[in-house]
Design a protein around this ligand. Sequence first.
Ligand SMILES: Cc1cc2nc3c(=O)[nH]c(=O)nc-3n(C[C@H](O)[C@H](O)[C@H](O)COP(=O)(O)OP(=O)(O)OC[C@H]3O[C@@H](n4cnc5c(N)ncnc54)[C@H](O)[C@@H]3O)c2cc1C
Length: 388
Amino acid sequence: MYGLSDADLQLQARAAAFADELIPLEVEAELNRGELPKDVTAAHKARAIELGLFATNMPPELGGGGCTTLQQVLVQEQVGRVTNALAWVAATPPSWLPQVATPYQLEKFIRPTVRGEREECYAITEEGAGSDVDGIVATAHRDGDDYVLNGEKWHVTSYNCADYAFFQGRLVGGTHDGEHAMFLVDLPSPGVAVLRTPAYMHTFSHHHPIVTFTDVRVPATHLVGAEGDGMSFAYEWFRFERMMVAARCLGGAQRLVDEMTAFAAEREVQGRPIAQLGAIQAMLADSLTELFAARSMVYETARGIDAGADVKIQHSQCSMAKLYASEMAGRVADRAVQVFGGRGYMRENVAERLFRELRVERIWEGTSEVQRSIIADQMIKRGPRSLA
Ligand SMILES: Cc1cc2nc3c(=O)[nH]c(=O)nc-3n(C[C@H](O)[C@H](O)[C@H](O)COP(=O)(O)OP(=O)(O)OC[C@H]3O[C@@H](n4cnc5c(N)ncnc54)[C@H](O)[C@@H]3O)c2cc1C
């Protein structure tokens, strides 16, 4: 099905087997604030690397998997079947970075990240600037051989696991005054502090704290690309991440479809399985139909990227894939809770966990409303037929 090559199918099978190894640990993680013992998580990361599921998006010359976009999607789809972010150990480092990184940045940040020795986090969003990234007020100004960074960043995912951060700020002074720039900040660094770590809807060991940067000095060699480049990196990364969000949503929906179908076949009410009830059948059938549609769309978008589609078309199609797959997964999760009845409301049930966990897929990496506005803008500019 889906015209996958032998190499695609082998990678997909390895990722599926890895996900199946993690699934039995989900409830333990759920009941322990998302945490598993550190040695267990370290072993999972080592296994992801050994199976070729880590850094699939990075070029082979840097030690990465050099996978096609479709293959990256296949891996992240399986990652999405596992709750509590246990499969985030199959991580995808910033694939846009090697093209713009200096030799120093390659050695200090990228190669160790691809080897699984370093981990990054992103400090872009602020209290007043989320959807509108251009609205950030964090600053960066040049002082001799350094830049000095100031600002308060929200929802810095994985800050508690990371040892460096991407910080996006607005330049003050110089020829690029007011434009954005991105910097690599080692963690910990003097002046970087957690203001607070709010609890979120999901139960992940990766936290999303509010982090303050107060007169943080980074050498000028930690500027990514050139002054004024900050926004272009963000857009490129959004495109990639939107595809991977869509892929993980396919996996989440697949897990739910599998589990609710099995439950409906086995759970009997008044002497017959609920799978024979029309109302339950409608929920099963709608879920699989929408999953099929979403998967076809995501795979087709990935193939277009691999074939070198125009970047604007890629951008719109990634938005469509993220929009549809995340909303599809939300509907499937809602139905799955319903099919499981009272069991679906218990934290030990996969439907309950995915119902909460999938909610953020409609928010991060651009909300559904933002995706719709990107798609509609391109429809007006280029005509709908050029996009789909
Ligand atoms: C769990 C989690 C982890 C995150 N991790 C990171 C991270 O690691 N690094 C990072 O930098 N950020 C991170 N984010 C931030 C995330 O990208 C933003 O939350 C998201 O982009 C939305 O921004 P906002 O929260 O400011 O919402 P707002 O921009 O305030 O939006 C509020 C509402 O207004 C709507 N809206 C806004 N603009 C428009 C528009 N133009 N048209 C139509 N409707 C609009 C939105 O769709 C939404 O419904 C994370 C967020 C969450 C929840």
